[in-house]
Design a protein around this ligand. Sequence first.
Ligand code: ATP
Ligand code: MG
Length: 563
Amino acid sequence: MKADKPHSPASAPAEKPAHFIRKIIADDVGAGKAKVLTRFPPEPNGYLHIGHAKSICLNFSMGEEFGGACNLRFDDTNPEKEEHEFIQSIQEDVRWLGFDWKAPVHFASEYFDQLYEWAIHLIKEGKAYVCHLSPDETREYRGTLTEPGRDSPYRNRSIDENLSLLEQMRSGALPEGTCVLRAKIDMASPNINMRDPAMYRIRHAQHHQTGDKWKIYPTYDYTHGQSDAIEGITHSICTLEFEDHKPLYDWYLDNLPVPSRPRQYEFARLNLNYTVMSKRKLKQLVDEKHVHGWDDPRMPTLSGYRRRGYTPAAIKNFCDMVGVARSNSVVDVGMLEFAIRDDLDKHAPRAMCVMSPLKVVITNFEAGKVESLSAANHPQHEEMGKRELPFTRELFIDKNDFREVAEKDFKRLVLGQEVRLRNAYVIRANEVVKNSSGEIVELHCTYDPDTHGKNPADGRKVKGVIHWVSATHCVDAEVRLYDRLFTAEAPEADRDKSFLELINPNSLTVLKNCKAEASLANAAPEARFQFEREGYFCADRFDSKPGKPVFNRTIGLRDTFGK
Ligand code: ATP
Ligand code: MG
């Protein structure tokens, strides 16, 4: 499986990609069509994921670009599934991405009264009827892709009988499942969606917006286009699976006295490898506690990416790179990782944090003395300033950066040899201190005071550079190393294994005993850094506290997955 486009530079393209939806809208606007109004219509039954981001970027940017706007409309035709938490999180995530909808927020349920009136209108026109076929019978009458359907025996009920039955459905007089209201279109249509589709079902359920007012609920197909028309949506952009529903979308609009005429356009949904995107499966991951919630940094949700340290700019750039097409494909998650790495490389200040600390004593540096060194926050951006780095007799380096004996290509610290401490001096390892079980617990080193910011005067070469922190000034930090949640490229496609069996057992490693440089002690929630030689990290927006920082690994410095 390949990305549908090669990795291109992630910096915002000067010219917006000329995709077909932009072209359609530009042509409409050129032809004098009224102001562009799009909408983003999530069902509030989960958190938004990266696929939604593609739809959000498309809908909101089209609205903005053409001097119009985009509505946020909760598609809440399904009374039982929705939850308040989802309504809140969806709004927060859209705002976080940097978009704002045309106030107020809409709910499809606002239009239930109007939709009901229009149902009566269709009955009176002889274009809708109440059908008492059971679900099994309905299926049987519907026909197949190769065979036409048959008319329901209830299809030619009188208008009065239909009106009276619909009223009984509405008032709660009829139990759930007794009957449905169907549009009377064409049981022989080659498009199965046109074979007298359901408009209303009886549901004696509580709805979070309308309470127990309604005992019947409209179907998505009957609701969507009419909601678009009521709001004055000009371009109703949806994913390809709605292509076959378009004749029905148009049929309702053609047969109802709607106040405006929206048009539906379809584009391919985003699929990412190594990622599960179905809301049902994401919910299962949360409910069965395979992850720590919808905003777990391993989740492909916007709130998960946010917590992990992804930036809105990187996500929007990624959506631009993916483009808008009309054929389905699977995008390489490496492209998303490329986008975030690219953004953070440019904008994240540098810092040092030792993941697996080993004490170093600089024996020729006076105890108690603190030498204040300074380091640039970004190697290319002077305007990002400098920070103070205290240098002291006791330091920490990473255990993995020291060997008693090593191959020639080990460019770090080896007993009896030298290495440069990043932003500081060259040190030499002279002696190893071990505990009773033979583990190295301390190194005794000397530093060369004449090597700050310059090479040794005698011309000897010191190749390696390692990071470090002052043992007396550093702050204890918890670091959470995240990796991809799935080991398989197509976790939903395996015939023999459930996606749950393909969860990466090493998707989270928690390091409790890390040593971060002093400047990181009070890192603001969501502050992002490049920890030199380690990767990009973000202060956890909920768990990181002043003096007790918690950092989430957003992404490594380069792509090492599977290596
Ligand atoms: P599910 O079937 O899992 O509930 P959905 O696609 O119905 O998912 P909605 O909340 O209804 O989810 O989606 C809101 C909007 O986001 C819709 O317009 C939908 O087309 C779009 N969308 C959802 N998933 C993707 C995706 N992977 N790529 C692009 N757009 C998407
Ligand atoms: Mg949906």
